[in-house]
Design a protein around this ligand. Structure first.
Ligand code: EPZ
Length: 419
């Protein structure tokens, strides 16, 4: 079984470049289906989730070529409207293809994407919003048969919760349609603005992305487009945490400080020096971090749920009581028992994790539970005395491009092993 072996205690020092954002690349890849031509996407990270999205596009009849971090999708001849169960279950965000498929092919046959490590991942908001746009869904066994018998037409939609995926699905579905769609209580994450930028560059008429009300004036067709995906703010938060737990200092090149205010504030609140300059963020962390913080995850621009697991290991190197409350997903803390194998002594009360004081961590054998929980184990192992071995690293490879090489490139004693 493949895994990482990590000998903790090294201070991280040096610079590394932040990869393109997975959660921006995925909806943008889905949106390429709307374009009966080529889409050229730069800074598209090489990740297993991105590979899965490309496989879905190929299944639907697109021609996809990858050259390093550029992916070219030619959707001219896309005609298939069925995605296999295996592919649908490969990643949660395959639901993102639903609206694009019905808009382009008039039909979609998909299986319910199902839950994931974070708990049941319902799609009720997706389905009710798309129904308002004219998409009818019937269930046969675990298949969803989706059609638009009267075509896709604009509507006034209000989400009961600012769901990132449902917001993206509505934007994609309404981009090529008749009439105007107004989406209220929309999610405001930066990846949504990036999707809208991509579509507008292709001729869509989307305004208000990044705010809670998005207006999409349907157009009849989109044209070929070239786009650069924004950088990944969650990957950037991962490296900031790795610097903090090792008392190191890092330069993160291409770090999107503009959309990481709540994350950067956490690191300065705990005593790290943070400077943002010329598209880089510099973090310098002293030996002793002192403070007591209470972090509550929230929708953007609040503290991101995906960064919650990344700061929990940092609590163990801080003198003071720190807590993290999760408000978005039901089952986000599955990685905590693994952290406690290192001696972290994290206490759980409902949806809040507490770390009551600084802990000396020791090496242990660990197993990743999910993408960001897996990253948390890597971060904690960097601070632990002795060797840790981390298995089930396929979770990490869903969202991190060459994490092991990046960390060892700035001083971590970390290597990939078979065990
Ligand atoms: C996106 O997931 C991200 N994934 C997640 O990142 C991220 O954690 C999440 O947004 C929140 O920021 C991608 O972009 C591919 P939601 P998504 O719809 O769209 C519930 C990572 O680590 N809900 O905003 O699925 C849902 O169960 C991943 O990269 C419904 O009830 O998130 C959750 O509790 C993890 N019904 C809450 O809303 C629905 O129809 C927020 O989900 C849809 C969602």
């Amino acid at each position: 079984m493949r895994g990482y072996s990590i000998c903790g205690g090294n201070k991280l020092q040096g610079s590394l470049r932040i990869q393109g954002a997975k959660n921006s690349a995925l909806p943008i890849l889905a949106a390429t289906l709307l374009i009966k031509d080529k889409s050229i996407i730069h800074n598209c990270p090489q990740l297993s989730d991105v590979d899965a999205a490309i496989k879905i596009l190929i299944t639907l009849g697109c021609v996809c070529v990858r050259d390093e971090h550029t992916v070219i999708v030619d959707a001219t001849d896309a005609a298939n409207f069925e995605v296999s169960r295996a592919l649908m279950h490969k990643m949660r965000s395959s639901i993102m293809f639903l609206g694009a498929m019905v808009s382009r092919m008039g039909k979609a046959v998909i299986s319910n994407p199902g839950g994931c490590e974070l708990g049941p991942r319902p799609i009720d908001m997706h389905l009710s919003a798309l129904n308002r746009l004219g998409i009818k869904v019937s269930e046969q066994d675990d298949l969803l048969i989706c059609t638009a018998p009267n075509g896709i037409r604009g509507a006034d939609i209000t989400l009961r919760f600012p769901s990132v995926g449902a917001t993206e699905n509505v934007i994609i579905t309404a981009a090529v349609s008749k009439g105007t769609t107004v989406l209220r209580n929309a999610a405001k994450e930066p990846e949504i603005s990036d999707l809208a930028d991509f579509l507008n560059r292709a001729g869509a008429k989307i305004s208000g992305a990044g705010s809670d009300t998005v207006t999409i004036e349907g157009v009849s067709r989109l044209c070929t487009v070239e786009h650069e995906v924004i950088s990944d703010r969650i990957v950037a938060a991962t490296y900031l945490s790795a610097a903090a737990v090792t008392g190191g200092c890092l330069e993160l090149k291409g770090c999107p400080a503009y959309n990481m205010t709540s994350v950067l504030k956490f690191f300065s609140d705990i005593g790290c020096s943070i400077k943002a300059k010329n598209n880089s963020v510099f973090i310098r962390c002293g030996e002793r971090l002192k403070s007591s913080t209470k972090t509550v995850t929230d929708v953007y621009p609040g503290f991101p749920t995906d960064a919650g697991p990344l700061i929990l290991p940092v609590f163990t190197v801080i003198d003071g009581q720190n807590s993290l409350e999760e408000t978005i997903f039901e089952n986000r803390f599955r990685y905590v028992p693994e952290l406690n194998k290192l001696g972290a002594e994290i206490i759980m009360k409902n949806q809040t994790a507490y770390c009551l004081k600084r802990q000396r961590l020791h090496g242990a054998d660990l197993s990743c539970t999910d993408l960001r929980g897996g990253a948390a184990l890597i971060i904690a192992s960097l601070a632990a005395e002795g060797v840790s071995r981390v298995s089930e690293i396929h979770h990490i490879e869903r969202g991190y491009y060459r994490l092991a090489q990046s960390l060892s490139g700035v001083g971590a004693d970390l290597k990939e092993i078979e065990f």
